[in-house]
Design a protein around this ligand. Sequence first.
Ligand SMILES: NC(=O)c1ccc[n+]([C@@H]2O[C@H](COP(=O)([O-])OP(=O)(O)OC[C@H]3O[C@@H](n4cnc5c(N)ncnc54)[C@H](OP(=O)(O)O)[C@@H]3O)[C@@H](O)[C@H]2O)c1
Length: 275
Amino acid sequence: MRVALDKKRFGPWALVTGASSGIGKEFARQIAASGINIVLVARREDLLREVGVEFSKRYGVDHRVIVLDVSREDFIGQLASATDDLDIGLVISNAGTGNPGEFLKLDRQLLQATLRLSTMAHLDITHHFGAKLAKRRRGGLILAGAMGAENGVPCMANDGAAKAYVHSLGEALHCEFKPLGVYVTVLAAGFTNTAVLEKFGLDPKTMPMKPLSVEQCVSEGLSGLLKNRSRIVPGRLNRILNALVPAFLARKMEADLLGKGLANKSAPANAPAEA
Ligand SMILES: NC(=O)c1ccc[n+]([C@@H]2O[C@H](COP(=O)([O-])OP(=O)(O)OC[C@H]3O[C@@H](n4cnc5c(N)ncnc54)[C@H](OP(=O)(O)O)[C@@H]3O)[C@@H](O)[C@H]2O)c1
């Protein structure tokens, strides 16, 4: 599936945070495939440069690499000055990660850095670029949330709570920005096949439900934006589960899955993985 983006509305430039891998890299690819130039933001410079060169060559677009840690308090000033000369019509605020583990065993500084990455970064990005898009009176913003975040996610309590903030922020801005001509969509992905799964101790081949491909996750996210939907849960089965499974059961399922993943991760390398 390929989504064609209107260059007049969402171009000539788009900015993607977390573009060095996974969902963000695929956003950059699908946006470039529509002929829109891409600004790529993340911390790993080598990967960003590879992504930029590859997509520029493949799709004939320009790219700009910005090496930045968006969990830093002062990041938005740097991002603003590095992009001030560009007419940006689409912003994908996607940088994020998960730090699974028992809440009391996780380092508090790590929890705080993740909270800044998954809340304050979205706040600063939507405030700065939202004003610029509103001035143009056209454009779009996608914020990466996570399916089921409002339910509470055991073994990822802080990450889930931060994503619940993203959902609430994005859905409110969806309404506020609509009369300004700016589309806002929250991408509430379920498990998607990226490097993050390894961090959870999950193997896509043995998971009870196959994780979604990044291609499908991103194309459904972009289609949702084109229809100006406030929130998209990519994948039909995810949508059914999200609508029908009660919160207490969803929490139990996530706790079981992440608990097993953590047990697999802490098992000695030569021990058989838990069935
Ligand atoms: N995969 C899933 O199952 C899933 C499910 C629900 C929601 N999500 C959300 O989807 C988004 C993308 O995740 P993914 O699955 O694609 O994971 P991924 O492959 O690990 O990609 C995460 C991206 O975020 C960037 N990033 C992380 N911390 C950063 C920081 N402090 N500053 C700047 N960039 C940073 C990483 O780049 P660098 O390391 O180079 O900085 C990388 O490009 C995240 O917000 C995640 O929470 C994923």
